[in-house]
Design a protein. Structure first.
Length: 147
């Protein structure tokens, strides 16, 4: 493993064994998408899902994969708009399977193949660009449940 990794402004969830790294500006809905994914896991729409970290996470490269971990001081804490900071079950880490970019300037109805991947820490990762004001949950559920 390559060090502890830098802390970045992002949120992450794991569904089954697939990590979902959610990026976007403050107020773009990262925490909301994380909670929606956790609830979708509880409803059986996707494999069970758990929070890894909300607002700040650490990324490292290990065995050719991008690993996301929460930061200890925020473990099990998620912001729910209108309720404040709440406690929730969490997972320690996951291998990132997809990056969701909220308020992505390059989001399109039929994105070109190059828009559906990104490079993070030197690794190419599948990407979902979500336009401002567009609901992210259906896109992520679509990614997780189709081929």
């Amino acid at each position: 493993m390559t060090g502890e990794g830098a802390s970045i402004h992002a949120t992450a969830v794991v569904s089954g064994d697939r990590g979902i790294l959610i990026r976007g500006p403050s107020g773009s809905g990262k925490s909301r998408l994380a909670l929606d994914l956790i609830l979708a896991g509880r409803a059986g729409q996707i494999p069970p899902a758990a929070l890894i970290g909300d607002d700040r996470v650490r990324l490292t490269v290990n065995n050719g994969g991008l690993i996301v971990r929460g930061v200890p001081e925020l473990a099990g804490k998620i912001e729910i708009r209108g309720l404040g900071i709440r406690s929730i079950g969490f997972a320690e880490q996951a291998r990132v399977a997809v990056v969701v970019d909220l308020e992505a300037a390059d989001a399109e109805r039929l994105p070109p193949p190059q828009a559906l991947k990104t490079t993070v820490s030197g690794l190419e990762i599948p990407r979902i660009p979500v336009g401002r004001g567009y609901p992210a949950l259906p896109l992520v559920l679509g990614f997780l449940t189709t081929v």
